[in-house]
Design a protein around this ligand. Structure first.
Ligand code: DX5
Ligand code: ZN
Length: 216
């Protein structure tokens, strides 16, 4: 199965955002990945709903919204208003994760849970049958263009095993330092969805890079 490709617009040129969005629209990308940061859960701030409103209007691809914020459940209505397909919340930001997952479903979106590099896959055992997708962070969240953490490949293998053992249908998404080389190994280990920012937007030909990632 060819991977689902979700370009992260965090690495786009925000002065010419419409141009980059159009590139994604015309490409073989499957989803558009939107990173929301609050400067509290992660040491950076990206963009918020006033900006994303216009991104959502221009995007022809389903939206995969990754919230790197505390209390993400507070923003379920705002994410829903964007027309998002997937709402990703961090395991580490949700003491009542089961409730949040149900709330996302009730709002008519697909719930995904994200784990940071230091969070073990085994902690997902009691939520794996309730989520549409697990996002394995392969860098510490907060910035684009970081170096891929090698251990993430093992985590994807372990997660694939957990999904098989539990009969879950969850997809596995990976985010951070994904390029053709790391992407190929992640797909081999069982990843279904590849997020890529820097690899796409710093490529000489971003459309071709999306095509090549899609071919992994
Ligand atoms: C990082 C974000 C990522 C980021 C990935 O915190 O969640 O989506 O844009 O960027 P690259 O692919 O450049 O590592
Ligand atoms: Zn992300």
């Amino acid at each position: 199965m060819r991977p689902i490709i979700a370009p992260s617009i965090l690495s786009a040129n925000f002065a010419y955002l419409a141009k980059d969005l159009e590139m994604i629209n015309q490409s073989e990308a499957d989803w558009m990945h939107l990173d929301i940061m609050d400067g509290v859960f992660v040491p950076n701030i990206s963009f918020g709903f006033p900006v994303l409103k216009y991104v959502a209007e221009l995007s022809k691809k389903p939206l995969d919204v990754h919230l790197m914020i505390v209390n993400p459940e507070k923003f379920i209505p705002e994410v829903k208003a964007l027309g998002a397909k997937v709402m990703n919340v961090h395991f580490e930001a949700c003491p009542h994760l089961h409730r949040v997952v149900q709330q996302i479903r009730e709002a008519g979106m697909l719930p995904a849970v994200t784990i940071n590099p230091a969070t073990p896959v085994s902690l997902l055992k009691d939520i794996i049958n309730d989520v549409y997708m697990v996002l394995v962070m392969s860098v510490n969240p907060g910035f684009g263009g970081q170096k891929f953490i090698e251990h993430s490949v093992e985590k994807v293998r372990e997660l694939r095993l957990l999904i098989e053992e539990t009969g879950s249908e969850a997809l596995i998404e990976v985010d951070g330092g994904v390029n053709k080389e790391t992407g190929a190994r992640l797909v081999e280990a069982g990843a279904n969805v590849l997020v890529a920012g820097n690899a796409i937007f710093s490529a000489e030909n971003p459309t071709l890079m999306i095509h090549e990632l899609k071919g992994l």
